[in-house]
Design a protein around this ligand. Structure first.
Ligand code: SF4
Length: 455
């Protein structure tokens, strides 16, 4: 449970009565309330004793620590979740999906898996859905062979890495080779933790802690924290579906409901450790998706097994309070040029996809302006004042469309024909054309419109 402002104020200078205003707020009480809601940095009060500051920082830290896996453009963050169930608020950081390669697999199999990780992608409501990382396992007993595989992977694909080796020296040597990728080192257990702490202090990495049961994770994560290492993912060693659900739930509850810091880290799930059947593996992965893994490692991926998982992930990690929406932008369709028509719509994803697919079907090169409107459909956005002349005029001016086209014809949806007069006043250089009321009329409408301009 998060610390309350009324508890914070008691810890502030002079028990919250100093009220020097140097933090920019009128009283210590105001500072405490804002700090509790995350609206101000603790640094703004320079009068906090070091131990009070450390205590407050700890109390204010998210119950599940956010951990960024990898580096650069393909890095992703997991953890920082606030709720047990998505309907309470939202799940925040979707789990990363990893595909496993090991150094005792035949070369063609390894090549095929890397190729699939690079190439299997799906477009869905403006997003690209794909797996995220490569897990590289040491199984051959030949360190040179493992390092060769790692180097091959580094050259072939730029993605976050999970290094798996029961031989700690091999694990740490591999880490040196790819430290700039900020890899996950796994497994770190009671036997090798001291060695790993020394290595990770010298060259940071994510520590993949492994225990045989949830309770045994606690001394490991506590020890890492004592050494200032908090980029941790945890594997409670679940061996079947039932124990996996139990362990993941226990960990999430301890972190969120009891604020139990030693279990306040994201988790990692290995469905293929629990079954050798590929379909069962996907079912287990689906369970981990719901409850509550931060990384899910698969032994294989194919279009037909990955797509359901990606769709499930998208659904679960989409904020239920927010409609699916598109980014406000200019979207070119069918390679438009300076003479192509300009259409405008709101940014509800469904509106965009209906309209853009009909424009595409018309085969008329066009520019589609998508205006931010809270993710609402055209009529709802208009009724809410988010698709009005007042907001469209400045958007159109700053969008850059005027430098892309030679003409000044703007097609607005027929459903909001009533805004055409105001738009004309706001955009005196533009001819406001009232387009069809329904998107399915677009394929017939656009060719006629373009033909009429040419006459
Ligand atoms: Fe209180 Fe610190 Fe703000 Fe001064 S700077 S008002 S002591 S919280």
């Amino acid at each position: 449970m998060a610390i309350k402002g009324t508890d914070i104020v008691k810890k502030l200078p002079e028990s919250g009565k100093k009220n020097c205003k140097e933090c920019g707020l009128p009283t210590c009480f105001a500072f405490a309330m804002k700090l509790a809601s995350g609206g101000i940095s603790i640094d703004k009060c320079q009068y906090l004793a070091a131990e009070v500051r450390a205590e407050l920082e700890d109390a204010l830290a998210p119950p599940i620590k956010p951990v960024t896996i990898g580096a650069g453009a393909n890095a992703f963050t997991i953890g920082d979740e606030q709720v047990m169930f998505r309907h309470e608020k939202t799940f925040v950081h979707q789990p990363g999906i990893a595909i496993l390669i090991s150094d005792n697999e035949p070369e063609p199999e390894i090549d095929s898996k890397i190729k699939k990780l690079k190439e299997i992608q799906f477009s869905w409501v403006g997003k690209t859905l794909k797996a995220d990382m490569l897990a590289i396992q040491f199984k051959s007993g030949d360190r040179a062979k493992y390092e060769k595989l790692l180097k091959k992977a580094l050259a072939a694909i730029d993605c976050p890495l999970l290094l798996i080796s029961d031989d700690t020296d091999t694990l740490l040597a591999a880490h040196i080779l790819c430290a700039d990728r900020n890899p996950v080192l796994y497994p770190v257990n009671a036997a090798n933790i001291d060695k790993v702490i020394v290595a990770v202090k010298a060259k940071p990495a994510i520590v993949g802690v492994k225990a045989d049961k949830v309770e045994d994770l606690v001394p490991l994560t506590s020890k890492l924290k004592e050494h200032g290492i908090e980029n941790i993912v945890m594997d409670p060693g679940s061996h079947d579906l039932l124990s996996a659900v139990r362990d993941q739930t226990l960990i999430r509850r301890a972190a969120l409901k009891q604020s139990f810091r030693p279990l306040g880290y994201p988790t990692i799930g290995f469905p293929f450790f629990m079954t050798s059947d590929r379909m069962s593996e996907i079912i287990l992965a689906s369970m981990f998706m719901i409850k509550y893994a931060g990384i899910i490692v698969l032994s294989h991926i194919d279009e037909h097994t990955l797509l359901p998982l990606l769709a499930q992930r998208l659904n679960i990690y989409t904020d239920p309070r927010m409609p699916m929406s598109m980014e406000e932008n200019i979207y070119p369709i069918n390679n438009p040029d300076a003479d192509s028509p300009v259409l405008i719509t709101s940014n509800w994803a469904l509106t965009y996809f209906l309209l853009s697919s009909e424009v595409e079907a018309s085969k008329v090169p066009s520019w589609l302006l998508v205006k931010e409107a809270g993710g609402l459909g055209i009529l709802t956005a208009w009724a809410a004042g988010k698709f009005s002349s007042d907001s469209i005029v400045p958007f159109l001016k700053k969008s850059g469309i005027e430098s892309k086209v030679n003409h000044r014809h703007l097609v607005i949806p027929g459903r909001v024909a009533r805004i055409s007069g105001e738009l004309k006043e706001g955009l005196p250089d533009w001819d406001i054309i009232i387009g069809p009321g329904d998107a399915n009329e677009i394929p017939a409408y656009l060719p006629k419109l373009v033909k009429s301009w040419k006459q």
